[in-house]
Write a protein that binds this ligand. Structure first.
Ligand SMILES: Cc1ncc(COP(=O)(O)O)c(C=O)c1O
Length: 379
């Protein structure tokens, strides 16, 4: 292969994501350290929950240790367990499926749509059985699912809607924030998320009874009225005051982060335009995507493998991330023995590009030019 040339651009490594800790994070964490409230009691947990609930205009937000346990708690809260089925896209981070297993229920995988890369509502309809209790909607890489269709299905069949909003903080559908459509919704604040607490998560619901159950289960099952009286076998899924302090500071900058993510997407669209064989994220008219990860999908007609492109980009100091391998193709779920052609194709040809809120215009130009040069040389 002829070595593609990209003009020299002496610079640092461009990561796929990096936390943007440009606000009050340090001040609030120092406050925790100085006050000694470093565990899961302390004012920041309440403040973060209240601010998050205000941000979403949703009455109950419960801070937890991470996005995976948020999903587990959501399922426990809804009473989903052994013998139940939950429909979930196969093209998601494995935590979505694993949380269903933790609850004792069975994940039923469905295929994705080729344009939005989200779960296909037609496939959901055909996957429903008498055991189905819920649909877990994953808003992949920030892009909202077809919520009109999903809500119509849940109403028609009497199912719960769980929104896995781990990747879609700040995204909207019909101008309403994601995380407010489901019976219960979850968020992740892992270090690569649009707002982060290092590790962390949130469960959101408008139902007071559900919120109470989540609080019970997240705190080892200890009664909310009587200390050290354990009503059920619960979990230690609590968020620390330090995590919440970071989260509160991040939330103060939410609009700045969302603007930066959307600007990244606009710049990629502009700089990558005209390159043959690339599919870009599809933003439906009803959707406002916060582009947690700006992504491309390589057309099968391109005469190279995705990994050749990623190696080339890596040699230029550009980190990328392959799309998720669909869960049904991974060892813990291979026994499902199903074929989901859209998810499988996206899993082999999709690529997340650097998407952090710290990127400059020049960074995005550099990444785009590197992709353009590689493809031009391989045509
Ligand atoms: C779709 C989805 N669900 C769940 C999770 C789990 O979140 P966490 O890593 O905070 O446990 C993630 C995290 O990356 C995710 O992307």
């Amino acid at each position: 292969m002829a070595k593609p040339l990209v003009r020299d651009f002496p610079r640092k490594l461009i990561p796929v994501s990096e936390p943007n800790l440009c606000g009050n994070e340090k001040a609030y964490v120092n406050d925790c350290l100085e006050s000694g409230w470093i565990s899961s009691n302390g004012i920041y947990v309440n403040r973060f929950e209240e601010s998050f609930s205000r941000y979403l205009s949703s009455p109950h937000a419960i801070a937890v240790a991470n996005g995976t346990c948020a999903l587990h708690l959501a399922l426990l809260g809804l009473g989903i367990g052994p013998g139940d089925e939950v429909i979930v896209p196969s093209l998601t981070y494995i935590a979505s499926a694993n949380s269903i297993i933790y609850s004792g229920a069975t994940p039923v995988f469905v295929d994705s749509l080729p344009d939005s890369w989200n779960m296909d509502p037609h496939q959901i309809e055909s996957a429903i059985t008498s055991k189905t209790k819920a649909i877990m909607a994953v808003h992949l890489y920030g892009n909202p699912c077809d919520l009109d269709a999903l809500l119509a299905i849940t109403r028609k069949h009497g199912l719960y809607l769980i929104e896995d909003t781990a990747e879609a903080f700040g995204s909207r559908y019909r101008n309403q924030l994601l995380g407010t459509f489901g019976d219960i919704s979850t968020f992740s604040f892992f270090g690569n998320k649009t707002i982060t607490t290092g590790e962390g998560g949130m469960v959101v619901t408008s139902r007071a009874d559900l919120a109470e159950k989540i609080r019970l289960f997240k705190g080892q099952g200890m009664s909310l009225q009587r200390r050290y009286f354990f009503e059920v076998i619960g979990y230690n899924y609590r968020m620390t005051n330090i995590q919440a302090a970071i989260g509160l500071a991040q939330l103060e900058n939410a609009e700045h982060f969302i603007r930066a993510k959307r600007r990244n997407a606009e710049l990629y669209r502009e700089f990558l335009s005209g390159i043959p064989g690339l599919q870009f994220p599809h933003e439906d008219g009803k959707c406002f995507d916060t582009f947690w990860m700006y992504s491309i999908v390589l057309d099968p007609s391109l005469p190279f493998e995705r990994e050749e492109l990623t190696h080339y980009l890596s040699s230029k100091g550009i980190e990328t991330r392959p799309f998720f391998i669909p869960c049904h193709q991974l060892p813990p779920y291979r026994h499902h023995q199903i074929t989901l052609p859209v998810a499988e194709a996206l899993g082999t040809r999709g690529l997340n590009l650097p998407s952090s809120t710290c990127l400059t215009r020049e960074d995005i130009l550099w990444v785009s030019e590197a992709i353009r040069t590689f493809i031009a040389c391989r045509k």
